[in-house]
Every structure is written in structure tokens, then in C-alpha cells.
Design a protein around this ligand. Structure first.
Ligand SMILES: C[S@@+](CC[C@H](N)C(=O)[O-])C[C@H]1O[C@@H](n2cnc3c(N)ncnc32)[C@H](O)[C@@H]1O
Length: 223
């Protein structure tokens, strides 16, 4: 099995790949996560009956995980890159945070009931739709049903224009760094995603920024 691209990126310079605006300032990096999470949770927390457990898919070095770990008793953090998880754990030690459990994708992160699942800037980088399908199925299997749990998942749903499709067929050496395989964004059709949600009994509560790079679905599971 070849090493996942994101493991190579993590070894090269993890924070630069997580946030392409990273300016070398670790404080700014984590602050960007803090303000993003505050806004997101303002809507979600009042809807939850408890804040026992959150689950993050594609946690990187923990930019969004640490603010969630303040609000939830426990956060399960999944990532495909072992070096991302190692860096998250190193930061957790530095910050004195001990309620985050890290997992690789094939480890059993979906066996405990979760109140909130979130994923940002991750599914857009997964080229294989089957991988996304498997994630959604596992998310649905552990999300608490009937309004007791919520999921907030972000995708790039811009239309797949001719230019976009041509670019995807070019070899990496002809492309700028941010458009190469692994880091480039993969666009998904909203109705494909809606079909996957429906198959897994996930009902759409609200959508934000439709047909854009930040199309975000707020979902709940119907039992
Ligand atoms: C742009 S970073 C975003 C990290 C984090 N969500 C944030 O906003 O700070 C994308 C992350 O997704 C992870 N990732 C990519 N493909 C993945 C997959 N198939 N399963 C889990 N994580 C994946 C990468 O290793 C990386 O940590």
C-alpha cells in the first residue's frame, strides 16, 4: 500500500497543509480554529441533549479538536495521517488536554454513541467516493438518533466545469502545488451526497453556502 499523500504532507509541514494561510505563528493558527468553532457550536449546542462525546473526521493537528474538547467530555479524532495524529497528541500534552482519543480510519472509532460529528476541509480532499460512503455509513451508525445527535459535514459542491475536469487529467508536474493530487479539492454533486445521506437515514436540517467550496450540511439521524 502506498503511503497516503496526507502522511507525506504532514511530514513535510503539517500546519501549512492544514491551513494554506499559515504564517508560522502557532497562536494565530489555533486561534483561527477557536473562532470557527465558536460560530459553529452556537447553532449546534442548544440542539443537543448532552455534550458527552464529539467525533471529528480529518482532525489534522487538532486546530478544531481543542476548542471542541472544551465543550465536550470527550472528543474522538480520526485522521488518515499518523504524523498528524502524533502532532495532535504532542499539542495535547503541551496544552494539558487529556480528553481526546486519536484514531486511524480503520480503527474502531464508531463503536460508541456520539452527540456531535463534524468534518471540515477533509471530504473535499478524498478522491474516492466509496471512501466517503463508508465514512457516512459509520458516522450514521454511531450518531445518536432523533434529534439527540447532530452532524455538520462540509463538502466542495461547485459545479464540475470543463476546465475543472481537464485540470484533473493533467499530470502533477504541470500543475501548481495547490492543485496537485491529494491537496486539490474534489467537487461533489449535491444530489449524490443527498442520496448517500438518505440511504443512511440522515436527514438534512439545514444547508449553508450551497454550491460553493464550503457547502455545509447539518444532519440528524432518523431512527
Ligand atoms: C486541510 S486538513 C484539515 C484539518 C482539520 N479539519 C482543520 O480544519 O484544521 C485535511 C485533513 O484531512 C485528513 N485526511 C485526508 N484524507 C483523509 C481520509 N481519507 N480520512 C481521514 N482523514 C483524512 C488529512 O490528513 C488532514 O489532516
Amino acid at each position: 500500500m502506498p503511503e497516503p499523500k496526507w502522511e507525506q504532507f504532514a511530514r513535510e509541514e503539517a500546519k501549512c497543509y492544514v491551513d494554506t494561510n499559515f504564517n508560522g505563528n502557532k497562536k494565530d493558527f489555533f486561534n483561527s480554529g477557536q473562532s470557527f468553532v465558536e460560530q459553529s457550536l452556537e447553532e449546534v449546542l442548544p440542539r443537543l441533549d448532552e455534550t458527552a462525546r464529539a467525533l471529528e473526521i480529518g482532525c489534522g493537528v487538532g486546530r478544531l479538536t481543542f476548542p471542541h474538547a472544551v465543550e465536550f467530555d470527550e472528543v474522538l479524532a480520526v485522521d488518515v495521517a499518523p504524523t498528524m495524529l502524533a502532532q495532535l497528541e504532542k499539542h495535547a500534552n503541551q496544552f494539558g488536554v487529556d480528553n481526546i482519543e486519536t484514531y486511524l480510519p480503520d480503527q474502531p472509532w464508531h463503536t460508541k454513541p456520539v452527540n456531535f460529528v463534524y468534518s471540515y476541509l477533509v471530504f473535499q480532499h478524498i478522491p474516492d467516493l466509496e471512501v466517503i460512503r463508508k465514512y457516512i455509513k459509520k458516522i450514521a451508525s454511531c450518531l445518536k438518533p432523533n434529534g439527540k445527535g447532530m452532524a455538520r459535514l462540509q463538502f466542495d459542491t461547485r459545479p464540475a466545469t470543463l476546465l475543472y475536469r481537464c485540470r484533473n487529467n493533467l499530470p502533477d508536474w504541470l500543475l501548481p502545488k495547490n492543485q496537485r493530487q491529494g491537496i486539490r479539492r474534489i467537487r461533489r454533486k449535491p444530489n449524490t451526497l443527498e442520496g448517500i445521506f438518505q440511504t443512511n437515514n440522515l436527514s438534512i436540517v439545514r444547508q449553508q453556502f450551497t454550491n460553493s467550496t464550503m457547502h455545509t450540511f447539518l444532519l440528524e439521524k432518523i431512527d
